[in-house]
Ligand binder design. Sequence first.
Ligand SMILES: Cc1cc2nc3c(=O)[nH]c(=O)nc-3n(C[C@H](O)[C@H](O)[C@H](O)COP(=O)(O)OP(=O)(O)OC[C@H]3O[C@@H](n4cnc5c(N)ncnc54)[C@H](O)[C@@H]3O)c2cc1C
Length: 231
Amino acid sequence: MPKTNLEVSLIGIPDNLLDIIYTACRTCYSADGAVEIINNITDDNEKKLALIRRVISSGHYSTIEHIQLTFAINNISRAATHQLVRHRHMSFSQKSQRYVREKGEFDFIVPPAIEANKELYKKFEQHMKDTADLYQEFLQNGIKGEDARSILPNATTSSMVASLNLRELIHLANLRLCTRAQLEIRMVVKKMCALVEEREPWLAEHLVPKCERLGYCDEDNSCGRMKKKNG
Ligand SMILES: Cc1cc2nc3c(=O)[nH]c(=O)nc-3n(C[C@H](O)[C@H](O)[C@H](O)COP(=O)(O)OP(=O)(O)OC[C@H]3O[C@@H](n4cnc5c(N)ncnc54)[C@H](O)[C@@H]3O)c2cc1C
């Protein structure tokens, strides 16, 4: 039976990311207009970063909402895409289970905890096979893909293009890099953040689980990495 590996690609990030944020920051505090600021922008990235860091740490997050990032994601489970689409400031285009009919045995994601247990993994595989057979039987009997899909499991792989602004990426990282988030979405968001950090290393300090940002853990069931909020 097929098993798949997560693929994440950063397909959109502004080349002049620092210039955009710096201009947004300076526009708030300068007598010059935004056009003059961008037209006369300094080449000194450290100077830009010093201001940007100050502005972000004061919570002026509108300045980073101008940075739009786009990712292509393959081999992610429907369970994880459902978690991603809960983020309301993100935009998505996702492979349709209405218009795309799975061919033969569909691809699915195996949670490592199940894969590690030989007995349960066997049952998992059998369940996927039985589901694939029934799905094909439905299609062969004229049931439309949009109805046949109702038996496809959460583990079925999907593919999507996902876009979000930098403020939302930081929020996404804060929530989904926390060990309370499920492993798969943690892996997806980790890859998204790593790709952005490759281009913009200064963002590493922001693309962290929320405990690092807060300085404490606000979860009921803490992983113990940080002290609890009230303890
Ligand atoms: C570990 C974990 C477990 C979870 N478990 C469950 C669960 O059991 N059941 C469940 O249903 N969900 C669950 N969720 C999903 C969670 O409740 C949120 O829907 C999801 O994380 C999106 O977060 P958000 O609303 O902060 O972010 P986004 O939708 O990305 O929004 C970002 C921020 O914008 C603001 N915002 C957005 N929309 C509004 C609005 N309408 N009104 C006011 N402010 C707004 C908020 O400040 C919000 O934090 C879980 C999430 C995590 C990380």
